[in-house]
Design a protein around this ligand. Structure first.
Ligand code: AMP
Length: 218
């Protein structure tokens, strides 16, 4: 059990850096809203909405969904009651235009508290992404080698079927890492210049990273 954190925080890092796993855990323990743009988009795709249909092609190819769609989606989500005081943005912003839009929509007491940068070497990211399996029901994240379920293909937490995300396949992984380097990594300097960046070595066991996050998010 973790004390409530009143923080509005961005988790920044390449795909596979562990942002989703950690955000889920921190948010549950500290009663923060966990806002994952990837999860929100996958829910739209599963529900067959207009946004989901538009986003799917970009996602499967490992490309970013256009800024205006994502920005509108996040603004609406942050305006919901459970996100009034404290949240973790997981996977947003991913471009400079998104970061600027976020700055504009937050001000004064509701401004960003800090940005946690998850550092992991690229070779490690590839191994994490290609072995990753996600529960289609509860969203729990597993790995076929480093964190396998008791029964292959079945979630230990809820019994749901595990999914190999289409963008966790080799061609899409290469594209996503390239997109991260060119479009998202520049945000490290953007937030460092604003005095908001806190870097965490995320190439360590999840429990060690989790404990450090709790310290760094205060
Ligand atoms: P994630 O689960 O965060 O890795 O996101 C999966 C995919 O959703 C990404 O590869 C993008 O296609 C899309 N996506 C998620 N967040 C964003 C964002 N902030 N901007 C653009 N596309 C996004």
């Amino acid at each position: 059990m973790v004390a409530t954190l009143r923080s509005r925080c961005v988790f920044l890092g390449a795909p596979g850096a562990g942002k989703g796993t950690q955000a889920k855990k921190v948010a549950e323990g500290a009663r923060l809203a966990h806002i994952s743009t990837g999860d929100m988009l996958r829910a739209q795709v599963a529900a067959g909405t207009a946004l989901g249909l538009e986003a799917k092609g970009y996602m499967d190819a490992g490309k970013l969904v256009p800024d205006q769609l994502i920005i509108a989606m996040v603004k609406a989500r942050i305006a919901e009651p459970d996100a009034a005081h404290a949240w973790i943005l997981d996977g947003f912003p991913r471009t400079l235009a998104q970061a600027e839009a976020l700055d504009k929509s937050l001000s004064g007491a509701s401004a960003l508290s800090h940005v946690i940068a998850f550092a992991v070497p690229e070779a490690v990211l590839v191994g994490r992404l290609s072995g990753r399996r996600t529960c289609g029901s509860c969203g729990a994240i597993w790995h076929i080698e480093s964190n396998p379920t008791r029964v292959a293909g079945v979630c230990d937490a809820c019994g749901g079927a595990l999914v190999h995300r289409s963008d966790d396949r080799p061609e899409a992984i290469t594209k996503r890492l390239e997109v991260y380097r060119s479009q998202t990594a520049p945000l490290l300097a953007y937030y460092r210049d604003r005095g908001l960046l806190r870097e965490v070595d995320a190439n360590r066991p999840p429990e060690v990273v989790f404990q450090e996050l709790l310290q760094r998010m205060r």
